[in-house]
Ligand binder design. Structure first.
Ligand SMILES: Nc1nc2c(ncn2[C@@H]2O[C@H](COP(=O)(O)OP(=O)(O)OP(=O)(O)O)[C@@H](O)[C@H]2O)c(=O)[nH]1
Ligand SMILES: [Mg+2]
Length: 303
């Protein structure tokens, strides 16, 4: 299945809501009225596209319709082109350096960090690299078993310890193990934490410091994992996490379960941080590099 087909089926909820609304507006009358424009604006905002991008789309729609260009370009095409022009044409990828590349997954509780760590490890393994997982969530019940299960299922080594152990000491051990075993990618699964809890943020800083002492430049990627249903509160999460542990990118998960898939557009537009991957399901293959053009195509696809 090509990337577009995957995006399209993963974003079905958002796409069908948007296209149904837009088709309803367009087929109602041959000419767009002020009411139609308002309804279009509401439809875009309901998908969590954000005010800035929505207003850009609306401005181009007005311009095109006022200059009589209705026949050439449908509303869906205009919206798609505007989203690409707002976000630029880019596709997410992971950094790779000499020796083990360390990728830390951080974020608030339940966003999909552990699943994303496993999916990423699975992904680089399929590309021919040697991955390893570090179970640095020693806090939440069953977190260690959860990562170990993924390790068994995907045949990927996991470094873990006991509940209550210092996450930084596991990171230290995992770094040693990765260096000793010629590992290409070490994925660090961290505990969920609220960005407002200062002691937990300090703990995360320590973990990163310790791993940086063992492996030059580590962590090379710090990815904030965001649940798509969070909406604009994600901006706040990103800003606060970024103050403690400089982020290199975002992963947006659970886009398959929401009709608010426009939030990826708003987030990418508002933050000076790339969305590197998106989660479109619970299975190992359901993580995809974020491509702005394919995403925009899938959002505004006309069946
Ligand atoms: N539908 C869907 N479910 C997802 C996706 N990513 C993760 N999940 C599910 O979300 C739930 C939470 O995922 P975890 O990976 O445990 O989340 P976490 O951030 O590690 O959670 P904590 O460690 O408790 O903070 C699980 O049931 C996952 O299967 C996704 O992209 N789509
Ligand atoms: Mg977890």
């Amino acid at each position: 299945m090509g990337l577009f087909t995957k995006f399209y089926s993963g974003l079905k909820k958002t796409q069908s809501k948007l296209s149904t609304e837009i088709r309803r507006i367009v087929t109602r009358s041959p000419k767009l009225t002020e009411d139609d424009i308002e309804e279009l604006e509401a439809a875009l905002l309901t998908s969590d596209m954000g005010l800035a991008v929505t207003q850009r789309i609306i401005a181009v729609v007005r311009e095109t319709y006022e200059s009589g260009g209705t026949q050439e370009r449908s509303l869906l095409d205009i919206a798609q082109a505007e989203v690409v022009s707002c976000l630029g044409d880019s596709t997410g990828h992971l950094a790779k350096c000499d020796g083990p590349t360390v990728v830390s997954l951080v974020g608030v509780n339940g966003t999909g960090k552990t699943t994303t760590a496993a999916k990423l490890a699975h992904r680089v393994k399929a590309e021919g690299y040697r991955p390893m997982l570090a179970a640095c969530d020693t806090f939440r019940a069953a977190a260690i078993e959860q990562l170990n299960l993924w390790g068994t299922r995907l045949d990927i080594p996991v470094v873990s310890s006991n509940y209550g152990a210092d996450p930084a000491s596991i990171a230290h051990d995992a770094a040693n193990s990765a260096l000793g075993k010629d590992i290409d990618y070490l994925f660090v699964d961290t505990a969920g934490r609220l960005h407002t809890k200062h002691n937990l943020m300090r703990e995360l800083e320590k973990l990163h410091r310790v791993i940086g002492d063992k492996i030059d430049g580590a962590p090379h990627e710090t990815l904030l994992v965001i649940d798509a249903s969070t909406g604009m509160n994600a901006l706040n999460q990103a800003q606060e996490f970024n103050k403690s542990v400089p982020l290199t990118g975002l992963v947006i998960t659970k886009l398959d379960g929401t009709s608010k898939g426009g939030m990826a557009v708003a987030i990418q537009h508002e933050l000076d941080l790339p969305i590197k991957f998106i989660g479109l399901g619970e299975q190992p293959d359901d993580l995809h590099p974020f491509s702005t053009t394919e995403y925009a195509r899938a959002l505004f696809f006309e069946e």
